[in-house]
Design a protein around this ligand. Sequence first.
Ligand SMILES: [Zn+2]
Length: 116
Amino acid sequence: MAFCRYCGKPIPDAAPTCSHCGGVQAVQSQSARAGKSKLNFTPVSTLFCVLASLVLYLSEESVDQDMINFLIGIAAIGIVCGIICVKIEEKKDRAANIVFILASILLLITALARGA
Ligand SMILES: [Zn+2]
């Protein structure tokens, strides 16, 4: 059950217009659908950063400098994207983005330490 965005009366979820006042509901249902279908990459990216840091940290063999540079680049992009996401995303997604920024910083520090 949804409510008309104009008169506030209850209407069916999929109703394109309100049966009480005739108000068009399409914009609301479209954005709701877009929000649901939006892919969330944050958990995957966070996991990648943490795993890459762990592998770098635990690896006994010397790591290729190109690989180190690549991971430093990934971490830097991750930090920038994470900060942008924290600014534009809704409050409920903020915690996940902050965790992602921390994971990116962890990867950056690990990569810099291995590259030194
Ligand atoms: Zn209405």
